[in-house]
Design a protein around this ligand. Structure first.
Ligand code: CTP
Length: 399
């Protein structure tokens, strides 16, 4: 998938730097050539010898290496790649990038490059959560830098939380998606997915049976066609795909906020099973059994995300796609839903119990658009996703 692609890999100084050796291997296995750059701090964790032995090329180490400067200046080095990957990206390196500092080879390359940059952060969880790091992250994102990870889990320092470097396989998948030449290259697509959880009290919530499988399959299909996918997902049982920007949310309100933050996009696909109602009387303390009888829950209607996107006056995506999960009168209900929501397409499906579609691996859909209703045969959710992604790409190509 990466045949002929050149990756400039900047290895920052952190305990996770050892994974960069595996990353070099995996990138090469995928067909890429890797030019490694090791920061001074990086050299404390992996040796230049192991990096150059694995990559089969000299390691770039110092800004003032006069031979290298004569043969290939840092400006050229920064621009000759198809992608610049920083892994691990330490808090310090991210801060330098956000500030535009250029006081060593790595930061100079990052400032001088006109190539897409992707960072894979790795650091202690408190450093990751620190407002300064989060500020820098937001700056980097706004500057167009792609971010992969970090993952959550146990860390070398003994703490637990977000801050672990993404696995080499995940980074390679993200690189492949970034460099994928497909019909959706240059298009930004939003996908909402999964159920939402609406709290009743700190330990209880209202949810639904959505597994998120269809949304995950769609995000994967869109990304593999070169799309830049923002995947806003409620608490789903199916894990999000690699190589997309994942924004985890809980409630419908959170989902709307995340969707608004992700705009503008070229297309929006709302596959989430958003709870229609939330509990207005949600308690901040656990509800207890009492002699006074059963608790009474009051409900309020949740924001309709699909409808909100469809009616945007400023920056409406050129294509808005909704799903209609129905248990009866599927076509009739879905056609009315398309009108009511104001979206361009509705993908209707029958989720009544006997179909096994909700939570299952297959789907039987009808695509409703201005052109009419088109029923597709029952097929795997991944195949529905592939065909839908092809249609979306074709529709966006007409813009
Ligand atoms: N949807 C949404 N926000 C909501 C409710 C639904 O974005 N608050 C989106 C879903 O992601 C889906 C479409 O609207 O794309 C239809 O969802 P569905 O649950 O079938 O429809 P409802 O709006 O709940 O309509 P009804 O109550 O008539 O089933």
């Amino acid at each position: 998938m990466l045949a002929g692609k050149r990756i400039l890999l900047i290895i920052g100084g952190g305990i996770a730097a050892y994974k960069s050796l595996e990353l070099i291997r995996r990138l090469q296995d995928a067909g890429a050539s890797v030019s490694p750059v090791l920061t001074r701090a990086g050299e404390e964790f992996v040796t230049p010898l192991s990096v150059s032995a694995l990559s089969g090329t000299a390691v770039h180490r110092d800004l003032f290496d006069l031979t290298a400067e004569a043969e290939m200046g840092h400006i050229q080095l920064s621009r000759s790649a198809d992608l610049v990957v920083v892994a691990p990206a330490t808090a310090d390196l991210m801060a330098k990038m956000a500030q535009g500092l250029a006081n060593d080879l790595a930061s100079t390359l990052l400032l001088a490059t006109d190539t897409q940059v992707m960072v894979a952060p790795a650091m202690n969880v408190r450093m990751w959560d620190h407002p300064a790091t989060q500020r820098n992250l937001a700056t980097l994102r706004a500057d167009g830098v792609k971010v992969i990870g970090p993952n959550e889990g146990g860390m070398a320092c003994g703490e637990f939380g977000p801050g672990r470097l993404s696995e080499p396989d995940e980074i390679v998948a993200a690189v492949e998606r970034q460099l994928a030449d497909g019909p959706l290259k240059g298009k930004r697509v939003l996908v909402t997915s999964g159920p939402t959880h609406e709290p009743i009290d700190p330990v209880r919530y209202i949810a639904n049976r959505s597994s998120g499988a269809q949304g995950v399959a769609l995000a994967r299909a869109l990304a593999s066609r070169g799309g830049e996918v923002v995947f806003v997902t409620g608490p789903a049982s199916v894990a999000p795909p690699d190589g997309v920007e994942v924004v985890p949310v809980e409630s419908a309100h959170d989902m709307l906020a995340a969707v608004e933050a992700a705009l503008p996009v070229d297309a929006a696909v709302c596959a989430a099973a958003v709870a229609d109602w939330r509990v207005t009387s949600a308690s901040d303390r656990k509800l207890k059994k009492s002699k006074d009888g059963l608790p009474v829950l009051a409900f309020a209607e949740n924001p309709d995300i699909l409808k909100t996107i469809s009616h945007l006056e400023d920056g409406r995506p050129s294509l808005v796609v909704g799903f209609a999960a129905e248990t009866h009168d599927v076509l009739q209900n879905a056609t009315a839903k398309r009108k009511r929501k104001g979206c361009d397409w509705i993908v209707a499906n029958d989720v009544s119990e006997g179909t096994g579609i909700m939570g299952g691996t297959e789907n039987a859909v009808t695509l409703i658009s201005d052109a009419g209703a088109e029923s597709w045969p029952r097929m795997a959710k991944s195949e529905v996703a592939s065909q839908l992604a092809d249609r979306i790409a074709a529709a966006l190509a007409k813009d």
